[in-house]
Design a protein around this ligand. Structure first.
Ligand SMILES: Nc1ncnc2c1ncn2[C@@H]1O[C@H](COP(=O)(O)OP(=O)(O)O)[C@@H](O)[C@H]1O
Ligand SMILES: [Mg+2]
Length: 420
């Protein structure tokens, strides 16, 4: 089979790496891919927002399956456009993925379906939102309704902070239309985890639990990023908790979407706060997480292609999914200055060859220039490993991290530490 993977991050490299292990996969294309994906497939340059171009390229190149990584393209309806051309796609339609691209839609949906989430109010009008926050307790969470590249959420510690967030989103429109509407919600305390589930529209199967590390600096300080590292599974997340999340959150979500003619085929990824009152949804994502996927691909035992097709063809209930009984970790190496401004084109030094161990390096913002790799993005490299225990895996990952260097490289030194 011939596969096209849309996206160019560590997530897409790891999905491609896993698909490449399938006997049925002949060739993988990435649009646009990165330095690492060029080693396992072919990078192509098409504007992924131009559905006509993506579709005709896929037809011409006899693509059997398109896997969509980033949220943006799902929100733009790329899955719908490709399906209309009879091209098989892994990833939900535009209206199914609204659960991610509109936080107000997701919130109203959760209320209607009785899915546990933080208390909230929705506003389209700055004056009304502003008078509402005068009566609230702090911290208070202010969220732009639409996609804002992971930057549209402000945890306001005071009225003034909340007011300034509202002004930026609703008046200055720093996120464009994404901030014309806001969700204001209660601040939840607890432990945050990432849950992923394969869905064929009816049946759902959970991945092991995982945890991202959103902030740039150690001890969860500094600004939010796309994610600086992951571990899976979390030693403290019990089978009972996973069953509860499946029953109270994942199943009713898929059922509720089906009821609304928004059948969800793909990966449902709710961000969850485990509170004293039980698990509550922070948000829904309609795709694989990044960097969660980089550890999941290390733990998955099955042929990924079989699972993707069983979702598309509605036979997930008959597919057994097996995960290694090991721990995995991922540490992201980022450019100096990220998540703010950073330089591209810096050469990456690989001090030793880490092949032949259970370490694997997925590329994100890298580019191959004359057989050498240079930096080409905020998050540059994902170092992953598997081990018998979490401690074991973290040791291996960090040992490998120390063999890689580029000017200004920054990474968190405390990935997974809270779970040890
Ligand atoms: N109600 C809440 N209470 C506490 N923290 C929250 C709440 N909502 C969001 N957060 C924090 O803000 C982060 C980003 O919010 P999220 O809704 O996931 O938006 P996005 O991923 O689209 O930026 C979360 O990962 C979480 O750490
Ligand atoms: Mg999030």
């Amino acid at each position: 089979m011939r596969i096209l993977i849309i996206g160019g991050g560590g997530r897409e490299h790891s999905i491609g790496w896993k698909l490449k292990q399938s006997k049925k996969v002949k060739k993988i294309y990435f649009s646009p891919g990165n330095g690492g994906t060029s080693l396992i497939g072919k990078n192509i340059q098409i504007d992924n927002s131009n559905h006509q171009k993506v579709g005709s390229w896929a037809k011409k190149n006899k693509i059997n399956l398109v896997v969509i990584g980033p949220d943006q393209y799902l929100a733009e309806g790329l899955a719908d456009s490709l399906q209309k051309k009879n091209i098989k796609v892994f990833g939900p339609t535009k209206i199914a993925s609204e659960i991610e691209w509109s936080k107000s839609f997701a919130k109203q949906f959760m209320i209607e379906e009785g899915i546990p989430t933080a208390k909230f109010a929705i506003f389209n009008n700055f004056e009304k939102a502003n008078s509402y926050i005068k009566k609230q307790k702090f911290p208070l969470v202010i969220k732009a309704d639409g996609l804002a590249s992971g930057k549209g959420v402000v945890i306001a510690k005071s009225f003034l902070e909340a007011e300034s967030a509202l002004k930026e989103m609703m008046k200055k429109k720093i996120y464009g239309n994404a901030g014309s509407r806001v969700v204001i919600e209660e601040y939840l305390t607890g432990k945050e985890i990432s849950i992923h589930a394969f869905s064929d529209g009816k049946t759902t199967k959970l991945f092991p639990s995982s945890q991202d590390h959103k902030r740039i600096f150690d001890s969860d300080s500094g600004p939010n990023t796309g994610g600086m590292g992951t571990i899976s599974p979390l030693p403290w997340v019990t089978k009972k908790l996973m069953l509860e999340i499946h029953k109270k959150i994942v199943k009713p979500t898929i059922k509720g979407l089906e009821k609304r003619n928004r059948k969800f085929v793909g990966v449902l990824y709710p961000g969850i706060m485990v509170t004293k009152q039980g698990p509550k949804v922070i948000e829904f994502n309609a795709r694989f997480g990044d960097p969660e996927t980089q550890v999941y691909m290390r733990l998955l035992e099955n042929d990924l292609l079989d699972i993707l097709f069983s979702c598309i063809e509605g036979r997930l209930s008959k597919t057994k999914i097996k995960w290694k009984k090991e721990s995995a970790s991922c540490v992201v190496l980022a450019s100096g200055g990220y998540p703010g401004k950073y330089k591209n084109g810096l050469s990456i030094k690989w001090i030793s060859d880490i092949k032949g161990t259970s370490v694997f390096v997925f590329h994100a913002g890298t580019k191959k220039v004359k057989n050498k790799f240079v930096t080409n993005g905020g998050r540059v490299i994902n170092v992953t490993s598997t081990g018998r225990t979490l401690k074991n895996s973290l040791n291996k990952t960090y040992k490998a991290v120390n063999t890689i260097d580029f000017k200004g490289m920054q990474f968190r030194k405390d990935i997974g530490v809270k779970s040890l």
